[in-house]
Design a protein around this ligand. Structure first.
Ligand SMILES: [Zn+2]
Length: 256
């Protein structure tokens, strides 16, 4: 196999293409290989009744269950520690924008990926998780692999496939600048908060009559981890994987 040489941040990183990965990637360039196991600290806040409301086994299974999705960029995740916090005020985040930085200042473990499990947080769209200000928040009633993979996608810099809610054109001509800025995720017109049944039927067939600015019908990737359709968790696209890997490799300070 050929070696692909990338120059990143002044480092020469030699990456050896892998035969299986090559065929899986359908003729595309080899993906960068991070060759990195990220360690995760799971923080669990007590509720006002003193209950933690989440088990270590469920968290470990959900977090480590995302590893196959990140395998193409040679990244994996392991929960190295559980930390329990008595501060029930942080178990219900009424103002996440203000409280997440406070939580991080108080509790963040350095050089780790910190995930905070809470009963709920204020969200206009009823989301299961939130990644903001370098912190990952996940609702205790949403601990599953799809949700963790989605938030980890945000953590590594991915937007939703429906970013811009359909400003990305179906023909892909503005895919670099509109939508999620990634060209192998098709344009997705979803508007958070709108009923999902307006977009997909019970068999997960896309039924929205919306059209883009050219009058073309959308055909989004319903199983993409960064979409909102709840139609299975199929994974990331090549472009999403490449973006996450380069965001990590180009980060000036490695905070995990
Ligand atoms: Zn999201």
């Amino acid at each position: 196999m050929r070696n692909f040489i990338f120059t990143l941040s002044g480092l020469l990183i030699a990456l050896v293409g892998n035969l299986n990965a090559q065929s899986y990637q359908f003729q595309q360039e080899s993906l960068p290989c991070l060759n990195k196991k990220f360690t995760v600290v799971a923080h669990i806040f007590k509720d006002s009744l003193g209950n933690f409301g989440a088990t270590e086994a469920d968290i470990k299974q959900a977090v480590e269950g995302i590893n196959p999705f990140f395998e193409p960029i040679c990244a994996s995740f392991e929960v190295c520690e559980f930390r329990y916090h008595d501060n029930w005020q942080h178990d219900i985040l009424e103002d996440p924008d203000t409280e997440i930085p406070q939580i991080r200042t108080k509790y963040n473990a350095e050089f780790r990926i910190n995930i905070y499990f809470v009963t709920t947080f204020t969200s206009t769209i009823g989301a299961c998780g939130l990644t903001a200000g370098g912190g990952i928040i996940i609702r205790k009633d949403c601990i599953n692999t799809g949700v963790v993979a989605h938030e980890m996608g945000h953590f590594f810099g991915l937007a939703h496939t429906f970013e811009g809610n359909g400003t990305e054109l179906v023909n892909g001509s503005n895919c670099d600048t509109a939508g999620d800025g990634i060209c192998d995720t098709p344009a997705d017109p979803y508007v958070p908060g709108e009923p999902k049944e307006n977009y997909v039927n019970s068999d997960c067939i896309f039924i929205s009559p919306k059209t883009d600015a050219n009058g073309e019908y959308y055909n989004p990737d319903l199983g993409n981890i960064m979409s909102y359709y709840d139609c299975g968790t199929c994974g990331f696209t090549w472009g999403q994987l490449e973006r996450m890997a380069s965001n990590y490799l180009n980060a000036s300070v490695k905070l995990w």
